[in-house]
Write a protein that binds this ligand. Structure first.
Ligand code: C2O
Ligand code: CU
Length: 469
């Protein structure tokens, strides 16, 4: 808990050869029956240099889990093998997936210890996605259970190399072990959630990565932290944002001096021009200090100046804008947390005061209800245009995530947004309202929750039903 910042960023890129294998690249058709196995196993792995083994949980022995790559419209076939002694399941974050394969408690039973579950689904959208457990998420994700799911464009852009950077922060003790006492801590859940003190990129502290100087570089950034909103800067380059949460921008735009904000669960694809300079990735913390988290050395020669335009990635078919005139917004009032003044809420059908909420591990409410309900927040007809107002009456930002769909933020605090980008995880600032719109075109039961995993566990969870008729 008291690993200080100097220690936090003192870790060198060196790591024991046996413990930091690079992610295994899997095509989705490996085993004889076409399934790729993701087997959860505990591994002995040192995070803090000179410290003890951290006690990680992994898919296939590596952190981050194997990067799964598949072509757009291809099929993912993954067999989850639960080697934990607690139940788990696998959620495919950001994929407009068949509901039965969504891997949430609304769509499947937990996969018990020693059990397996087969996930088979086509991928409709190219882009950068990820997978992680969806029960006991705060503990399971924090122990290292997550990985990238990369859906390649049907014709991948020819002129670029790419790097996937899976970002995480861990809350570790002075001896390098994952802090256990704070799991379920209600104070933490009522504040920002579990904020780590050890930052890793692809499982390593401040790694040095390489990319060719003679080609453009696509960086796929994934925020897999439990609760940290990352504010990322790229030094030594002027990147263009190509995609957010997997969905291509209609027109790539330059990431200027404002850091790129990625809530927990959020992703961004950046494009960096050919050049010989070293690139540094930094995260700007709350004290406004940019802390360097990774270095990318560009190797080889850069033949000529790279000045031509940056082309957009091929669209996944989502429209550039949405006409929401005449659509009544459904209001989701977010309340609670530290300094929130919430006095009570409905919990499992009963009105309880804040004291009783806290005794039950709850600190937050959506529309006066803590935790999931029988009834969905919204019953939508298939094909209906839906508009949600996320009304954040709390003193904290929240990363609102809707399963099975992407949402278009169209307005913040009554001001129409000039720049509109599709998101599956949208950060709603403290004391602010965000209006999002989407077409409910994917039937089934879809979770809608805050992706700060401790907020989710402490009440910020509801769901949306998309009915076929
Ligand atoms: Cu990435 Cu409901 O989760
Ligand atoms: Cu939250």
């Amino acid at each position: 808990m008291t690993v200080n910042r100097r220690q936090m960023f003192a870790g060198t890129a060196a790591c024991l050869a046996v413990v930091c294998g690079s992610p295994i690249r899997l095509s989705a058709q490996e085993a004889s029956d076409g399934f790729t196995e993701l087997k959860i196993a505990r591994v002995n792995r040192v995070l803090l240099e000179g410290g003890k083994e951290a006690g990680l949980w992994t898919y296939n022995g590596v952190n981050p889990g194997p990067e799964i790559r598949v072509r757009r419209h291809g099929e993912v076939k993954v067999r989850l093998v639960n080697g934990l002694d607690e139940p788990t399941m696998l959620h495919w974050h950001g994929i407009r997936i068949d509901n039965a394969m969504d891997g949430s408690p609304l769509t499947q039973n937990p996969v018990g210890p020693g059990e397996t579950f087969d996930y088979v689904f086509p991928v409709p959208d190219a882009g950068t996605y990820w997978y992680h457990p969806h029960i006991g998420s705060s503990r399971q994700v924090e122990h290292g259970l997550y990985g990238a799911l990369i859906v390649e464009e049907e014709t991948p852009p020819a002129d670029m190399s790419e790097l996937t950077l899976v970002l995480d922060d861990w809350l570790i003790n002075d001896d390098g072990t994952i802090n256990q006492e704070t799991f379920g801590d209600i104070r933490m859940a009522a504040h920002a959630g579990r904020m780590g003190n050890w930052f890793t990129v692809n499982g390593e502290s401040r790694p040095h990565l390489v990319a060719p100087a003679g080609r453009r570089l696509r960086l796929r950034l994934l925020n897999c932290a439990n609760a940290r909103v990352m504010n990322l800067q790229v030094k030594g380059a002027e990147p263009h944002i190509l995609a957010l949460d997997g969905q291509p921008l209609g027109k790539p735009r330059v990431l200027g001096t404002e850091p790129l904000q990625l809530g927990p669960g959020g992703r961004a694809d950046l494009l960096i021009r050919r050049a010989t300079e070293q690139i540094t990735l930094a995260n700007v913390n709350q004290a406004n200090e940019p802390l360097e988290v990774a270095y990318i050395d560009r190797e080889g020669a850069q033949d000529e100046k790279d000045t031509s335009d940056i082309a957009a990635l091929p669209t996944n078919g989502l429209p550039q804008t949405m006409d929401v005139s005449g659509v009544t917004a459904r209001k989701l009032v977010m309340e609670g947390g530290a300094m929130g003044g919430l006095t009570g809420a409905k919990l499992r059908g009963r009105d309880v005061d804040m004291r009783e909420m806290v005794q039950n591990g709850m600190a937050w409410a959506f529309n006066g209800v803590a935790g999931i309900t029988e009834e969905p927040f919204a019953n939508l007809k298939l094909g209906e245009t839906a508009v949600f107002d996320f009304i954040n009456k709390t003193a904290w930002p929240h990363a609102m995530h809707l399963h099975g769909h992407h949402m278009l933020p169209v307005m913040i605090d009554d001001k129409p947004l000039i720049t509109q980008d599709w998101r599956d995880t949208a950060v709603v600032a403290a004391n602010s309202t965000m209006r999002v719109a989407f077409v409910a075109d994917n039937p089934g039961k879809w979770m809608l929750h805050c992706h700060m995993l401790e907020h989710q566990a402490a009440g910020m969870m509801t769901w949306v039903n998309v009915e076929i008729d």
